[in-house]
Design a protein around this ligand. Structure first.
Ligand code: ZN
Length: 440
């Protein structure tokens, strides 16, 4: 079967260039120490803002957002654990994962017993540094490899944390691409992880490239690309944009899109929303291994978008999901886990989802009594040449048969078991020879 949405591998040089561009952006974003607030988020949005237009919002600490309150802003300049002779044994300068996020400032000599209560390591992965946070607890801590931890044998150590935890702002970014309709598509990704590649940087770079793609095509829907700190950020966005949320017709949360694993689509809370059907359709016709997972109220910001007071049609697109790859939330989730071809393939799947969202329509046949004579109109396969434009004879027959003003092209693609692009191309060809008119 012949269709226009060629798999990534067949797009060759174009996909390789996409992958290369996303890897370069990932390399730029990876080193930044992000958290749910602070300058790391601002630097991240500034870098993304060079690729796409981003409106940055600053929401003051203490602002109530539904059941939550925007927290104090946290910034960190340095932190270390040193022997009493001054030798640093754990240093934030080596990895920004070393600091427990939201650690309050301190400079004090502590006993090994007290220090031990503030250390986080992974005994079963002794060379990896875990990523840990304490956003809403007034505490401090360090994350380190288990080997580093085992080497801490002195009676006491000096602990220095040069951080600021003070009233400030929560920062988020939004790239709005206006369509001809106010009805909108929400694409959301989190921007709050420090140097972690697949869980965070990959989602940001794919969202950025998808925004560039949508911007170039002058969409029908209005697209809202939301770059927010996890949980508190999406709750803040929802609290400030209830009117906009009610216009969301399709949505996706993006994360973990750069590893070598196959695609995963996690359904919206509704399960049968248009986005759930569309994502499953695109993945089914993609020809690569994939998994459709049911909604659970855990994961990323879909938990907020799919809370019962909103119940938005928002699913999640990932490759290997959070928590299901060993490097997740550790220093091993670094740039070596990302593959240009995986990022390019994730982007391609998203483009095809956008193709369906943008290209779906309902038609009525202008010759509904018996089949129209396709040969006379240059659309019969024997006349040749159509394969080049991606026309499929069965697609023409299905579109004509279901062009009753009630079945959309997407319904037709699903019923025919054919990729949407083939059905869309057939409808375009039939409309061109005035066999179809647009019903809605
Ligand atoms: Zn995470």
């Amino acid at each position: 079967m012949d269709h226009t949405n060629a798999p990534t591998a067949e797009r060759g040089p174009e996909a390789a260039a996409d992958g290369e561009a996303m890897m370069r952006l990932a390399e730029e974003l990876f080193p930044i120490c992000r958290s749910i607030t602070g300058d790391g988020v601002r630097q991240t949005l500034a870098i993304i803002g060079r690729q796409i237009p981003i409106a940055v919002s600053e929401v003051p600490s203490g602002t109530p957002v539904f059941d939550w309150t925007v927290p104090r802003e946290w910034n960190i300049r340095g932190a270390y654990i040193a022997r009493l002779d001054g030798t640093r044994v754990v240093d934030f300068a080596d990895s920004n994962l070393h600091i427990l996020q939201y650690s309050h400032p301190m400079d004090r000599v502590v006993s090994i017993d007290e220090l031990g209560q503030h250390l986080h390591s992974l005994p079963d992965k002794p060379d990896w540094i875990p990523h840990r946070t304490a956003y809403f607890a007034d505490t401090w801590g360090f994350c380190l490899s288990h080997r580093q931890r085992q080497a801490l044998t002195d009676a006491s150590y000096r602990v220095v944390i040069d951080s600021t935890l003070a009233d400030g702002h929560l920062t988020y970014g939004e790239c709005v691409i206006p369509g001809t309709s106010e009805e909108s598509v929400l694409i959301s990704c989190h921007v709050c992880h420090p140097s972690l590649a697949n869980d965070n940087v990959a989602g940001m770079v794919v969202a950025t490239m998808l925004a560039r793609h949508v911007q170039a095509r002058r969409p029908r829907y209005t697209y809202r690309f939301v770059f927010v700190p996890s949980t508190i950020g999406s709750i803040t966005w929802l609290a400030r944009n209830e009117d906009k949320a009610s216009l969301v017709r399709h949505g996706l949360v993006l994360s973990c899109l750069g590893d070598a694993g196959g695609m995963t689509y996690k359904q919206s809370r509704r399960g049968g929303a248009a986005i759930d059907r569309i994502a499953a359709h695109v993945l089914r016709h993609d020809g690569t291994p994939h998994r459709i997972a049911p909604f659970i109220p855990f994961g990323y910001d879909e938990r907020q978008y799919c809370s019962p007071g909103f119940d938005l049609p928002v699913g999640s697109l990932l490759r290997t999901p959070n928590g299901q790859y060993p490097e997740y939330h550790t220093s091993a989730d670094d740039l070596s886990l990302l593959r240009g071809e995986s990022l390019a393939h994730s982007l391609d799947v998203l483009r095809r989802i956008v193709d369906v969202i943008e290209g779906d329509a309902t038609y009525r046949s202008l010759n509904p009594k018996g089949e129209p004579q396709l040969g006379r109109r240059g659309l019969y396969a024997k006349t040749g040449g159509h394969r080049a434009v991606g026309l499929d004879q069965m697609a023409l027959l299905w579109v004509l048969n279901l062009a009753d003003g009630r079945h959309s092209l997407f319904d037709t693609a699903e019923r025919a078991g054919m990729p949407f692009a083939a059905i869309r191309a057939a409808a375009d060809a039939l409309a061109e020879v005035r066999l179809l008119e647009r019903a809605s």
